[in-house]
Design a protein around this ligand. Structure first.
Ligand code: SAM
Ligand code: SF4
Length: 359
């Protein structure tokens, strides 16, 4: 039966192992960086600054969502403390995400502060694009280096159906504004869904080529209980590659972001085409990232339920970041070797929504 009122807060506790973050004195790796027990260096964090969103994408959220009470969400100052502590420990790339990061009040303040952290090389964001037409110049001025924009279809009716409330025209104006503001390396993120947008993959890639931007096609992940059966909508990267090769020449590229994406180039164009394949391509060996949810849980692995609760620690030590840094180092000990997704898409194998964890 459909459950439209599942909330991140109502996820059964038995499914999650959220451990209290300890502040015991543990040292980082000898070179001062974060290294997990499998020898993987963590240099990249994805920071979700809100669980709220102005869209309700049907693969991401249930139709009726109850969002977290404000007191359970990281303040912007707490977001900054977390980012600063990770950067102190050798992280060089921060992605700000959500929910929809651009609906968070004073987000530009936070972005400016993170961008200015000594040692940070790259501040990037992921957005649904609904607010980009008004935010693009401010993001550029704040020091954001690249923007990923989610776009699953170029058809207004379909866009409305997938996002349940979104306006495609506004997102397209947002892309224009971002390019006009100087974001030349925009990337589109497209979740592939059989029977929903799989007939548009070539058009979407052509759209990216015409704009001289990148596009990544994402296999749907079993995160959170949603309205539709994921098994029937699952569309694999391999099938997408075969489909795109009907129109384009795809040259494999060796570029890697240490994540699940594999990249191809379309010769004669500026466009790279990525495939994010958590099911069909195991990327865990080279994983370089961890995630922090809007309520301050540190998830070392997207596809695993183990997490550390940082919020109590942050609030118990409002002006001393040493316990926070010790907890971050400690989290390296619980980073799973690999994710737990299987091809059994019907059961949400990870009970939290992507909007909670941050994509
Ligand atoms: N609201 C912003 C956006 O849509 O870009 C940022 C947050 S959103 C959770 C980040 C990315 O996760 C988006 O590209 C979205 O398409 C993707 N996403 C959400 N739920 C997903 C799922 N179940 N499987 C795969 N990707 C998902
Ligand atoms: Fe919102 Fe992004 Fe999730 Fe869509 S994918 S509902 S825009 S958080």
């Amino acid at each position: 039966m459909r459950n439209d009122s599942l909330t991140p807060a109502s996820v059964p506790d038995s499914a999650i192992a959220i451990l209290p973050a300890t502040s015991s004195a543990i040292s980082p790796h000898a070179d001062g960086t974060l290294v997990d027990k499998y020898g993987r260096h963590v240099t990249y964090i994805r920071l979700s600054i809100t669980d709220r969103c102005d869209f309700r994408c049907n693969y991401c959220m249930a139709e009726e969502m109850t969002f977290l009470p404000r007191a359970q969400v990281l303040t912007l100052e707490e977001c900054l403390r977390i980012a600063a502590s990770f950067v102190d420990l050798g992280v060089t790339k921060v992605r700000v995400t959500g929910g929809e990061p651009l609906v968070r009040q004073n987000v530009v303040w936070l972005l400016e502060k993170i961008a200015a952290l000594p040692g940070l090389k790259e501040l990037v964001i992921t957005t649904n694009g609904s607010q980009l037409d008004r935010f693009a110049p401010a993001l550029r001025a704040a020091g954001v280096k690249r923007i990923n924009v989610s776009l699953d279809t170029l058809r207004p009716d379909r866009f409305r159906a997938i996002t349940r409330v979104g306006d495609l025209g506004r997102v397209l104006r947002g892309l224009d504004a971002a390019q006009a503001a100087g974001f030349s390396r925009l990337k589109l993120n497209t979740v592939m869904m059989r029977g929903s947008n799989d007939d548009e993959l070539i058009e979407l890639a052509q759209f990216a080529v015409d704009r001289g931007i990148d596009i990544a096609f994402i296999e749907e992940m079993p995160l959170g209980e949603i309205g539709h059966g994921r098994q029937s909508s699952y569309f694999s990267s391999e099938e997408a590659i075969a489909r795109l090769e009907q129109r384009f020449v795809l040259l494999p590229s060796t570029e890697s972001t240490g994540g699940p994406a594999r990249y191809w180039r379309i010769p004669g164009t500026a466009t790279r085409v990525g495939f994010i394949s958590p099911h069909s391509h195991n990327f865990c060996e080279s994983c370089n990232r961890v995630r922090i949810t809007a309520r301050g849980e540190l998830y070392p692995c997207l596809g695993n339920n183990d997490a550390l609760a940082l919020l109590p620690l942050l609030r118990a030590h409002p002006i001393d970041d040493r316990p926070l840094r010790a907890a971050i180092v400690h989290s390296m000990g619980i980073k799973a070797k690999g994710h737990e997704f299987s091809s059994q898409m019907e059961v949400p194998q990870v009970v939290r929504f992507m909007s909670m964890t941050g994509g």
